[in-house]
Design a protein around this ligand. Structure first.
Ligand code: KIV
Length: 316
């Protein structure tokens, strides 16, 4: 691996809202951003390089989302990812971050059974991966789990609307809350999570009219993904926004780059250079003093004739 290559901060990156440049994002700074009406920027990251990019871009919150199950680990959904896999990704992300708040997604089946299970899993994200907070999906019993984790001293972010861990029960990966009754359920989930002590709530794939109606009732920051423009902030999946993931992209995804194509182009150019013997070139190699080369060849048992050829070759 080459060394010394650093991703430098984007000069346009800024994180106002009372947050000093280079200072770590806090829960109170997020609340202040909401109060000031300054949009909160959240993005997912899953490893050291994506964390370095998020850091350099000056985002406020980084989520090690269980979307990693699909974008990074190649599973067909978020359901199979394990705590160990998520912890490994979260720890790598932590090593690449200095300033954004780091939130780890609790995987499906690791927090729902009891408060004890929820607190134990959440503690692992804080102790073993260095997360500042955790995220869990749904209201109902999940709101009780959130309350228990908060009581254990760990900040919790909620997630309502389309909750991918239980997408099958929701009728698939489709927008939620499109009837008045279902919208009310989503709103109730959000209110229950706020009441449980969540410091922020993600709204995923819900009609803007629902978001607009519930925003005035919520005191904590709401981060939207396919939830319209009235939320306090937005989140997108790193691989979606940069065009790295080649699976299905939801309607709410906006592409800000075509990094996947650039990566294929780069590797294909390298492959062609190797096959055509254009790489490596002399500047990619290491040199040895001619007398050391001569002595090495002598030690390796080359004849003096061959040795002369070497000397000649080196002089040439
Ligand atoms: O796992 C994830 O990436 C998420 C975001 C879409 C909010 O939960």
């Amino acid at each position: 691996m080459s060394s010394g290559q650093r991703i430098s901060p984007d000069p346009a990156a800024k994180r106002s809202g009372g947050v000093k440049a280079g200072a770590r994002m806090t829960l109170s700074a997020l609340a202040e951003k909401k109060a000031l009406g300054e949009p909160i920027v959240m993005v997912t990251a899953y490893d050291y390089p994506s964390a370095r990019v998020a850091e350099a871009a000056g985002v406020d919150v980084v989520l090690v989302g269980d979307s990693a199950a699909m974008t990074v680990l190649g599973y067909p959904s978020t359901v199979p990812v394990s705590v160990e896999e998520m912890l490994m990704l979260a720890a790598a992300t932590r090593r690449g971050l200095a300033t954004p708040l780091l939130v780890g997604d609790l995987p499906f089946g690791t927090y729902e059974v009891s408060d004890e299970q929820a607190v134990t899993t959440a503690q692992r994200f804080v102790k073993e991966a260095g997360c500042d907070a955790v995220k869990l999906e749904r209201g109902g019993a999940s709101a009780d789990r959130a309350r228990a984790i908060v009581a254990a001293g760990i900040p919790v972010m909620g997630h309502v609307g389309l909750t991918p861990q239980t997408a099958t029960a929701l009728g698939g990966y489709r927008s939620q809350g499109r009837t008045a009754d279902r919208a009310l359920e989503v709103a109730e989930d959000a209110l229950a999570l706020e009441d449980a002590g969540c410091f922020a709530i993600v709204f995923e794939a819900v009609p803007s009219a629902l978001t607009d109606a519930i925003m005035p009732r919520l005191e904590v920051p709401v981060i939207g993904i396919g939830a319209g423009a009235s939320t306090d902030g937005q989140v997108l999946v790193f691989h979606d926004l940069l065009g790295i993931y080649d699976g299905h992209a939801a309607r709410f995804v906006k592409r800000y780059g075509n990094v996947g194509e650039a990566m294929v182009k780069g590797v294909a150019a390298y492959a062609a250079d190797v096959r055509e013997r254009r790489y490596p070139e002399p500047e990619h190699g290491y040199t040895m003093a001619p007398d050391e080369v001569a002595r090495m060849r002598e030690l390796l048992g080359y004849s003096s004739e061959e040795q002369q050829y070497v000397d000649f070759d080196l002089m040439g």
